[in-house]
Design a protein around this ligand. Structure first.
Ligand code: ZN
Length: 344
């Protein structure tokens, strides 16, 4: 089997993928069509691909807002979620933690509980058809402030179908982590895991704050942490996992090139890094491509890529029993694929 075949066949876990950002371009056209919103600029998939070119991170956020506003009914989440998991399953992803930015849609007049039901129907069908597992992380969306974060926790308390964690995404440079400290404390008391986007569009201070004030277990992106060697040591010492999204970072300008992406340095230092797509449709990527890019641009060999899979599994929010079971099956599959004795 050639290297691309091996990469396709490696069992994988995706920790950082936004449901809206996984909306296929064809499905976006369907959403526009359903509401009679057909726009003369968006007739084909190529039109959508052209639209998904970003000048910088704020421009990406603006386009993301345009996309989420195309979802006008709760039941549309079923198809979007199912297709997101179908695309991941095609890359041999076995488990996904998908981010759902609930307040974005509630502010558009959609009902939280109905959206969650539709998402979970998509999850159920994808599990039935592809065997893929999926849990949810709820993005409080930092732009709305901590008061909305508190409301979101109230929603979660009333309906917590397979929600394993909270997160804050959105405009990081304008809305730092610290004001969300109380919200995160309450989420922890509710038994939720804690994740924050940090160090993507703001400097290392944002990562320091997410660790020290929000007590997060995982950081989404963490790219700018590489500018602060003390912080890199601290991430290692605190055993914080960094969910890295190389293609996303290239497309939004967080890194100038994939060769300069810090995932290689972090990995070599022993920090637990994982690789993810973030918004696969909006960045025209998938998990196979992320692994392939790491191989081609940053010299990750197959054993190292498999280590990234295990990192994602070990730092996932599955139960310990589920992790042990999945780890066994991953190692068995890796041995079969590589034909090598695996002493992992
Ligand atoms: Zn993200």
């Amino acid at each position: 089997m050639d290297i691309e075949g091996l990469i396709r066949a490696l069992p994988k876990v995706e920790q950082h993928i936004h449901i809206v950002g996984a909306t296929r371009p064809e499905t976006l056209l369907w959403l526009l069509d359903e509401e009679g919103k057909s726009h003369k600029s968006f007739k084909t998939v190529a039109d959508i691909r052209r639209f998904f070119q970003y000048r910088d991170f704020p421009h990406f956020i603006n386009i993301y807002k345009t996309v989420f506003r195309c979802i006008t009914r709760e039941d549309q989440f079923e198809r979007i979620t199912y297709e997101m998991l179908e695309d991941d399953a095609r890359c041999n992803v076995r488990y996904v933690e998908a981010s759902f930015s609930a307040p974005d849609h509630v502010r558009q007049g959609l009902d939280y509980a109905l959206m969650l039901d539709a998402i979970n129907e998509g999850v159920r069908q994808a599990h039935q058809d592809f065997g893929i597992e999926c849990n949810l992380r709820i993005d409080l969306v930092r732009n709305y402030g901590p008061d909305v974060g508190v409301q979101v926790l109230d929603w979660i308390e009333n309906k917590n179908d397979n929600i394993v964690s909270i997160d804050i995404g959105g405009s990081e440079e304008k809305f730092p982590p610290k004001p969300f400290a109380c919200v995160y404390q309450r989420a922890k008391e509710m038994g939720l895991h804690l994740v924050a986007h940090a160090g993507e569009a703001a400097g290392p201070e944002s990562v320091w704050d997410a660790i020290n004030h929000l007590n997060v277990e995982r950081i989404g992106h963490g790219v700018t942490a590489s500018r602060d060697s003390e912080l890199v040591d601290y991430l290692l010492k605190r055993d914080v996992t960094i969910e890295m999204c190389p293609t996303s970072n290239l497309r939004t300008g967080a890194v100038p090139s994939l060769q300069e992406h810090p995932i290689r340095t972090f990995f070599d230092k022993g920090i637990r890094v994982t690789v993810n797509t973030d918004d696969p449709s909006m960045f025209n990527t998938n998990m196979n491509n992320e692994y392939l890019q790491l191989h081609q641009q940053l010299n990750f060999g197959i054993p190292e890529l498999f280590m990234l899979s295990l990192n994602a599994l070990d730092s996932s929010f599955l139960s310990e029993t589920q992790k042990v079971q999945m780890r066994k099956s991953f190692i068995k599959e890796y041995r079969r694929l590589t034909g090598a004795l695996c002493n992992l």
